[in-house]
Design a protein around this ligand. Structure first.
Ligand code: ARG
Length: 560
């Protein structure tokens, strides 16, 4: 019995005016055990039925009947459902044992493709915390989509185009040279870019210089193009180091510049459909009916925009992959941009435009403010990752100096801490940057979950557990907290995918770890009467913790 089955049953009893989906949405998992395992609130039905919520609850309770339900209690307007624990435990453990790492998988995505636009850093700038969030969240959403049956296409849409590259070229000729760039590319390129920005405040002629170089780039001037390509290559080398640490890869790395020669086609299409309007020398698509500002397509100097390129890229993605959904994992500060792009495509009557979804996430703030490259205020991500790995190594040297593969485990733990710290937050919330929090390995952290897994594994080893001889007939009231959570894993996976919110999985593995550690502290396992059944339970927990962490893109050490 889970939310699905209960919602089917209740919808059946309630009759046609209530859909199963609606009932499903209403069902809660009570925080207190004495309120049952599942609960259905009857308050919103009171008006329709002209009865008190409690009397509706009583009637529903009297009609609910299912072999997995031990007892139903109407209380305070809720139908509280208590599951038959022995039945549920056996049923659930058997299912995990037979499905192994496939437990929690779904098939509703079979045969469908999801495209994810993720990471997408800007060349010649340091990889920012925002791009880190996009990479980590994108990777986890992609893993969740695959767990639900979808094929995924992860695209790194590098920011390699725009007027800023004209400025960068101008800055390079003014203040830099090849040696300086080779030594530390992103630092040097950022430094001269910031300098250019500052200098242009008092010397506006610099802006014209920048514009002129950008024009050259647009016209594929050889020297400027070579320079730009070089900036791009050195940037990608730096980014790839970070991807390797994070364990992320892409199916396609294709930047904005790729769409440069496809701009005219987009502009023509908009023109043909009568959507293009002239406004102060520029060309725009009006979105008044959507209450949005116009989408700028071509500026008065003839150059195209970030939005024009996204239009071309969106069309290209549909033509290449015929996606079921096309996701953009990008910070919430770009919400307006994605609304505009989507509405322009809808005005072109492209039916798939409604399958494009911006998956926004909160910013990482420093003292309540956005961190910006232009003012040189970003925190260098690679240093943060390095520091996390160093701390993990120190911990190992202190607590487990004989550990094999120390460097590898330090990477898994350090990087795991950073990824988990990000993913446990509600996706949409802004986060105040705290190195201390990111580097903490105790409490609500990735390493705590990794450690719980390692503990489970060592218990299995100590008890010489053999999966071939596993037994699902557990009769152990103490285990209920754990068993119940094991049973909800498939639901958590589905909910996390449907809301594109990996924090649901992060919170789940924390919760399961806590329940496991509590059980372990209070129950004799090895040498008890039910040793094999209890070890089977531990084995199942270990499978799910591992699978849960891997869904988040976190590696799991066997020892730490
Ligand atoms: N490079 C952009 C930035 O750093 C993000 C690109 C997001 N993806 C997109 N299709 N616009 O702000």
């Amino acid at each position: 019995m889970d939310k699905h089955i209960l919602s089917l049953q209740l919808a059946h009893i309630l009759g046609e005016s209530y859909s199963r989906e609606w009932v499903y949405e209403q069902i809660e998992i009570p925080k207190k055990d004495q309120l049952g395992d599942l609960a259905f609130p009857c308050f919103s039905l009171a008006k329709d039925f002209r009865k008190s919520p409690q009397s509706i609850a009583e009637e529903l309770a009297s009609r609910l009947d299912h072999p997995q339900v031990k007892r139903v209690e109407p209380l305070g307007g809720y139908v509280n459902v208590f599951l038959d624990q022995t039945f549920f435990a056996e049923h659930t453990l058997k299912q995990v044992l037979s499905e192994s790492e496939d437990y929690g998988s779904h098939h509703f995505g079979d045969g469908k493709t999801i495209v994810l636009d993720m990471s997408s850093p800007n060349i010649a700038k340091p990889f920012s915390m925002g791009h880190l969030r996009s990479t980590i969240i994108g990777q986890a959403v992609s893993n969740l989509a695959e767990k639900c049956g979808y094929e995924t296409v992860k695209i790194n849409y590098i920011g390699d185009y725009g007027t800023q590259f004209g400025k960068l070229v101008a800055a390079y000729y003014l203040w830099s040279d090849p040696e300086a760039i080779k030594k530390d590319p992103l630092t040097e390129l950022t430094k001269i870019y910031v300098r250019f920005h500052e200098a242009s405040q008092s010397d506006p002629s610099l802006i014209d210089q920048g514009r002129a170089y950008f024009k050259k780039l647009e016209n594929q001037d050889e020297e400027v193009t070579t320079l730009w390509r070089w900036f791009k290559d050195v940037s990608l080398v730096e980014f790839n180091r970070i991807y390797e640490l994070l364990g992320t890869s892409f199916d396609l790395t294709r930047g904005e510049a790729f769409y440069n020669d496809k701009m005219d086609a987009v502009v023509d299409l908009l023109d043909q459909k009568g959507l293009l309007e002239h406004s102060q020398g520029a060309q725009v698509v009006r979105l008044d009916d959507e209450d949005l500002p116009p989408c700028l397509i071509r500026k008065s100097d003839g150059t195209t925009t970030y939005a024009t390129r996204d239009l071309a890229a969106a069309i290209d993605r549909f033509e290449s992959y015929e996606f079921e959904e096309s996701l953009y994992v990008v910070g919430h500060e770009q919400t307006l941009h994605f609304q505009q792009v989507k509405h322009v495509l809808e005005k072109l009557k492209l039916s798939w435009a409604s399958d494009m979804h911006h998956v926004p996430f909160g910013m990482i703030l420093k003292d309540g403010k956005k961190m910006s490259t232009r003012q040189g205020k970003t925190v260098l991500l690679e240093q943060v990752l390095q520091e996390a790995m160093n701390r993990a190594l120190e911990n190992i040297e202190e607590k487990n100096p004989n550990l094999a593969d120390r460097e590898k485990v330090a990477r898994q733990v350090g990087v795991g801490a950073i990824i988990f710290h990000d993913l446990k937050q509600d996706r949409a919330k802004d986060i105040e940057f705290s190195l201390e929090d990111m580097l903490s390995f105790e409490g609500h952290t990735g390493p705590y979950v990794q450690y719980s897994y390692v503990r489970a594994r060592s218990l299995l080893e100590k008890g010489s557990f053999d999966p071939e001889k596993a037994s699902a007939t557990l009769k152990d009231e103490q285990a209920w907290g754990v068993v119940k959570r094991i049973g909800s894993f498939p639901q958590v996976v589905e909910d996390a995918f449907r809301s594109y919110d990996p924090s649901k999985v992060a919170k789940y593995v924390l919760d399961l770890s806590k329940a496991f550690n509590h059980y372990y502290a209070h129950t004799k396992i090895i040498g008890s009467e039910q040793a094999n059944e209890r070890l089977t339970l531990i084995y199942v927990i270990s499978l799910i913790l591992k699978e849960g962490l891997e869904l988040l893109g976190i590696e799991v050490p066997e020892e730490m």
